[in-house]
Design a protein around this ligand. Structure first.
Ligand code: MF3
Ligand code: CO
Length: 249
């Protein structure tokens, strides 16, 4: 899974480089699919419950599951969430990032930073003996401390032989509650953080989830193994260290 995660992270890095004003989300999706297939892997989302993309491309007030489209070009000042998964040799990995397109305000940069930090805080709790609620609570505490909210209606998940395995990994919860984490578990931890209220709704396309109040939303995700040496982020760029990750440093 670490090998697959390295491939996934490398593909996503290429997508991020391509994401500039004027580029359509379809172009990003095409690049992602071609890159995954060239690596001998298969896009994990394509065909999942009828989903058509390799990526989910969610812009501004879109939270998750934005569908790549020819009609959707990136604009200066947007924020773009890129969610991607692959399957190789029977094993899945799943990750997401949110990036600014061109220049955005300091307030928005701060929002993205805090949202990513909420993932880092959660990863640091992913160790044997801790409880699942410790991971959830870490996300919620960090986001809410900075005046943001966490989405309730969508959650992280176990990942491995299937894209979605037990347990569900909420981004809100109570410290010291829930199942004990054990070495060998792999969690896709994925904070969805809104600048305004936590309420979301789904558009008529049946997929795109947006904030009810129209506020911006950010999404960061890693597939993380729980090991006796601590959290091991599987979806990291080969050779690049990740904050909160002990085992692969
Ligand atoms: N990363 C998301 C998830 O946790 C995206 C999957 S939704 C899909 O599962 F339908 F597009 F696959
Ligand atoms: Co996921």
């Amino acid at each position: 899974m670490a090998k697959n995660g390295g491939i996934l992270s490398t593909v996503l890095d290429g997508v991020k480089r391509l994401a500039k004003p004027g580029v359509t989300t379809f172009q990003l999706d095409k690049f992602a699919e071609d890159s995954i297939r060239r690596a001998g892997a298969v896009p994990a989302f394509k065909g999942y419950r009828g989903y058509k993309g390799t990526l989910c491309t969610s812009i501004n007030s879109e939270v998750v599951h934005g569908i790549p489209s020819h009609k959707r070009a990136l604009a200066e000042g947007d924020i773009l969430s890129l969610d991607i998964g692959l399957k190789k040799e029977g094993l899945f990995s799943d990750m997401a990032v949110t990036i600014p397109i061109g220049t955005v305000s300091d307030e928005i940069l701060e929002f993205l930073k805090v949202s990513e930090e909420s993932l880092v805080e959660a990863i640091a709790k992913a160790r044997p003996g801790n409880r699942l609620g410790d991971v959830s609570y870490a996300v919620q505490r960090h986001a809410e401390e900075h005046g943001f909210s966490v989405v309730r209606d969508y959650v992280g998940h176990g990942v491995g032989y299937a894209l979605h395995e037990e347990p569900v990994v909420p981004n809100f919860g109570k410290f010291g509650t829930g199942p004990r984490l054990e070495s060998g578990m792999v969690l896709a931890i994925e904070p969805m953080v809104n600048m305004g209220g936590y309420e979301v709704r789904t558009l008529d396309d049946g997929w795109t989830v947006v904030t009810v109040d129209g506020s911006l939303s950010a999404h960061f995700e890693h597939s993380v193994a729980i090991t006796d040496d601590g959290p091991r982020v599987l979806t990291r760029l080969p050779g690049k260290e990740i904050k909160g990750d002990d085992a692969s440093a």
